[in-house]
Design a protein around this ligand. Structure first.
Ligand SMILES: CC(=O)SCCNC(=O)CCNC(=O)[C@H](O)C(C)(C)COP(=O)(O)OP(=O)(O)OC[C@H]1O[C@@H](n2cnc3c(N)ncnc32)[C@H](O)[C@@H]1OP(=O)(O)O
Length: 529
């Protein structure tokens, strides 16, 4: 552990060059940190150091560090003799693709990256600077939570971070990258931010570690089993993106940032230059089967529609029955929300509603237009869902869409039934433009279910109930289950040839780019929780 700085021998303090050399020595000491052994131990765990990570995140030579010479002033437990520069967190700003980004990175080699008072106030300062400058904040987390030796001062330091996370929410993008074991307070701040990235095997998030879990509940579990990347990417939904190594993870953070505006007053950066290429519209005809119950992969449809087939899927492995993705259409960032027929037939359930609601809310906060692709058989029925609160969770998605003032376009690819149709950005809840393909079925429910309810008596009284049921199903389909019923009533704006999909979306978004809508003045709404 680094000890108190000593003036390099042989340099007269009165000499300006000597003073500069002294400064360089201190800087060198701060930049090197606790030394080779500690760095080797960090590398041996498959982890990079804070500075190596910052170098990968930011454009070359763009990092400006602040408070490099900061030290804690705590006493007791031997802290008097352990006063390393930086106090275990590297803070500053740099650029990503030329745009300013603020960053803080825990140095696990110093107190296990644990947060004390000085460490916390450095983070507070960088958060305040990010908010004032209107630039994204990225945290590179590798810390053991509150610094135990500093007691309540450390806890108060976390409070200051949480408060700033919340204040900055919806104002600047906040991204948390988990790169080590993050316990307690170190796990809460990321939960308040927009996106959480994790690295398999080397990063974990939990409120209390396996030892406490064993003591309290008797459950035996490893750190990764409790809060590893796969657990949070697939089961809890705490993490939005999980990767195998830090290099890939940080490259993906850069690519996410390239899609986002710097703050809520700016538009997302548009890519100009040679016209972006979409897929061949005709392929869409083959990708989506006409039969309502045949599964297909919605991500293939997205690939056909967006620029260069490129999209960044958020929460790829959690609530797979809905797809949330960021992509570009004609160079402009869009958020795509789409039912995924190959997972649970694309129904809406508790997790899908929560996932899409948060995504819609994010897009709305940062001026990202939302394109919704519908192919939804309804909400998932069942005791688990009802008792789990599908009503209030489903309402989150409804609330998020109804509250969104960004351009909103929905396109019904195949079926759209019941409440799920309304929730998935139907015209009645404020979509600016709604399109349908000719193969659509838009109705309160599927034909079989509908016939069993409304023609129950006729079917029961018939000589041949099955023949009667089949006749009624056919009649219901012919009468109601086509897009023209909705088009005649103005509930879809147009029925389009699937081959024209990209073109229609691009021109509709271009028209909506100047859209302005205000919600009534209020302190804030009271969304369902
Ligand atoms: C509000 C809140 O944040 S409450 C949560 C408080 N934090 C905790 O309970 C976590 C306690 N720490 C741990 O469980 C473990 O240290 C882990 C899981 C984070 C990391 O484990 P390992 O990778 O094995 O690292 P290890 O335990 O050796 O810690 C590395 C160093 O950090 C120190 N350290 C770890 N946690 C803390 C802490 N919270 N405060 C101060 N120092 C700490 C260790 O003493 C060790 O120091 P040393 O290098 O001088 O010996």
């Amino acid at each position: 552990m680094t000890v108190l700085h000593e003036r390099p021998a042989g340099l007269p303090a009165s000499d300006a060059r000597g003073r500069v050399a002294e400064l360089m020595g201190m800087r060198e000491q701060a930049a090197t940190g606790p030394g080779e052994k500690a760095t080797e131990a960090q590398h041996a765990k498959g982890k990079l150091t804070a500075r190596e990570r910052i170098e990968l995140l930011l454009d070359p030579e763009s990092f400006h560090e602040i408070e490099q010479l900061r030290r804690h002033r705590a006493t007791g437990f031997g802290l008097e003799t352990k006063k390393p520069y930086t106090d275990g967190v590297v803070t500053g700003w740099g650029t990503v693709e030329g745009r300013t980004v603020f960053v803080y990175a825990h140095d696990f080699r110093i107190f296990g990256g644990a947060l004390g008072e000085a460490h916390a106030t450095k983070i507070h300062k960088i958060m305040d600077m990010a908010l004032a400058a209107g630039a994204p904040l990225v945290s590179l987390n590798d810390g053991a939570g509150a610094r135990i030796q500093e007691g309540v001062s450390a806890l108060a330091g976390y409070g200051g971070i949480f408060q700033r996370n919340t204040k900055a929410s919806g104002v600047i993008p906040q991204i948390s990258v988990m790169l080590g074991p993050c316990a307690g307070g170190a796990a809460y701040s990321p939960a308040l931010t927009d996106f959480v990235f994790m690295v398999r095997d080397t990063s974990q998030m939990f409120i209390t570690g396996p030892d406490v879990v064993r003591a309290v509940t008797g459950e035996e579990i490893t750190q990764n089993g409790l809060g590893g990347a796969d657990v949070h990417a697939e089961t809890s939904g705490v993490c939005h993106f999980a990767y195998d190594d830090e290099e890939t993870c940080l490259a993906e953070v850069r690519s996410l940032l390239s899609l986002l505006p710097s703050n809520n007053r700016e538009m997302p950066p548009a890519v100009t230059g040679p016209a972006a290429v979409g897929g061949s519209g005709d392929a869409l005809l083959d990708l989506v089967p006409v039969e309502g119950n045949r599964p297909y992969d919605m991500t293939k449809v997205i690939e056909e529609i967006v620029d260069d087939g490129d999209y960044l899927e958020v929460h790829e492995r959690w609530a797979r029955n809905i797809v949330c993705a960021l992509a570009r259409l004609d160079g402009h960032t869009v958020g795509i929300v789409a039912n995924q027929p190959q997972s649970l037939a694309g129904v809406l359930d508790i997790e899908a509603s929560e996932k899409a609601a948060r995504f819609v809310q994010f897009c709305d906060a940062f001026s990202i237009p939302i394109v919704t692709l519908l192919d939804v058989p309804g909400f998932l029925p069942g005791v688990d869902q009802e008792h789990g609160g599908i009503i209030r969770h489903g309402a989150k998605l409804l609330y998020a869409y109804c509250n969104a003032t960004v351009p909103r376009i929905s396109l019904i690819l195949r079926k759209a039934y019941g409440g799920a149709y309304i929730v998935m950005d139907s015209q009645s809840i404020g979509a600016d433009l709604t399109y349908a393909w000719p193969t659509n079925e838009i109705a309160v429910m599927g034909a079989e279910g509908a016939a069993n309810v409304i023609f129950r008596r006729q079917i029961a009284a018939a000589e041949d109930p099955e023949a009667m049921r089949a006749r009624m199903v056919k009649e219901y389909k012919a009468e109601l289950m086509h897009p023209y019923y909705a088009a005649e009533r103005g509930l879809v704006d147009d029925v389009i040839d699937p081959a024209e999909t990209r073109e229609v979306l691009v021109s509709s978004l271009a028209m909506l780019r100047t859209k302005h809508a205000d919600l009534p003045s209020r302190k804030h709404g009271n969304p369902p929780q």
